[in-house]
Design a protein around this ligand. Structure first.
Ligand code: SF4
Length: 323
């Protein structure tokens, strides 16, 4: 992992609500705070629908924020001037979950990668543009001859490599990797994660790595934040979280990760949570996990627990730990 420096991103009390009808609002992200240091990977995990992708999109300005702020090098990304906004769009890139849906089927791979370079005028002539596209293809493990192909001619893994090359083309500092491997075959997933790790080390990149796959998040992340129904319930260093999870929801997620040792796997307890994740349109009051938590107390239904540092940057939002 790259050496960590000062904070690059600061997310403060971020909210992203979607109005569904005149009377109902979907609270996809509801008061979320975290920071990411330069050169760090912060993993953001949780089940599908918990708000992690909405959070990632709001952090890079693909969505406006309903409330709170996202500071990038001290400036709020939702309040930038026109020229600052263009620079931020270059600095902060997004790798999408479905590489096929995110690549225009009518464009060649070369033009898909070159599009951002054209917007930011990163080359002075066609020869320089082509040379850079070829260089980027090689950087992500493809060949220069892929430049004249179309997305449908490539495999899923190759298409995701194109998605990565497109993000790298504008020389960003920060990339949100939104479930970059979940649409790929298991055999390809580790290759893409290892490529992202290698690129981070060589290019000094900072990642927000969004995934529902806890074992993959552990492999790539310095720290991990666990999301449930629009809020962060636990945040700690990757090692600490996997050794010493404190929140009942995190413990349940952890118990579902398969262990390679068959003796350990057969003897350990799997925590099955009752019920389903409630709707973010009508979330329960107090702790959003209270309806599924076997430790719920009267206060859990009345007041939202705050994310409190238990020591060494291990934060948890739960009354079992925040008395
Ligand atoms: Fe369970 Fe209460 Fe902790 Fe929420 S705050 S996880 S309901 S014990």
């Amino acid at each position: 992992m790259a050496k960590l420096h000062e904070e690059l991103i600061q997310v403060n009390n971020l909210k992203k609500y979607f109005r569904i009808s005149r009377k109902s609002v979907l609270k996809a992200v509801d008061d979320v705070s975290f920071s990411i240091k330069k050169g760090e990977t912060l993993g953001l995990v949780g089940e599908s629908g918990c708000g992690k992708s909405t959070c990632g999109r709001t952090v890079v300005g693909l969505y406006d924020a309903t409330g709170g702020s996202v500071l990038y090098e001290g400036k709020d990304v939702h309040r930038l001037k026109k020229d600052e906004k263009l620079q931020f769009k270059k600095n902060a890139q997004y790798i999408f979950q479905d590489p096929y849906a995110s690549l225009d089927p009518r464009m060649t791979i070369g033009d898909i990668i070159g599009e951002g370079m054209d917007v930011h005028q990163m080359h002075s002539n066609e020869k320089e543009r082509t040379a850079r596209i070829h260089e980027l293809l090689e950087l992500v493990g493809l060949n220069p001859e892929h430049a004249v192909r179309y997305p449908h001619e490539l495999s899923g893994g190759q298409r995701q490599r194109v998605g990565i090359a497109r993000a790298l083309a504008v020389e960003p500092e920060f990339i949100v990797c939104d479930e970059p491997i979940s649409a790929l075959d298991v055999s390809i997933q580790a290759q893409i994660v290892n490529l992202l790790i290698e690129l981070q080390e060589n290019l000094d990149l900072t990642y927000l790595f969004i995934s529902h796959d806890l074992s993959m998040v552990k492999h790539i992340s310095n720290r991990v934040a666990v999301m449930y129904l629009g809020v962060i319930v636990e945040l700690a260093s990757s090692e600490e979280l996997y050794k010493n999870a404190l929140h009942p929801y995190t413990k349940a997620l952890m118990s579902a990760i398969p262990v390679p040792d068959p003796d350990v796997e057969s003897s350990r307890e799997r925590i099955i949570l009752p019920g389903d994740v409630p709707s973010p349109i009508n979330p329960p009051p107090g702790c959003k996990f209270q309806g599924r938590c076997k430790y719920a107390m009267p206060i859990c239904k009345e007041k939202t627990p705050e994310l409190v540092d238990q020591g060494d940057g291990h934060f948890v939002a739960c009354y079992l730990h925040n008395k």
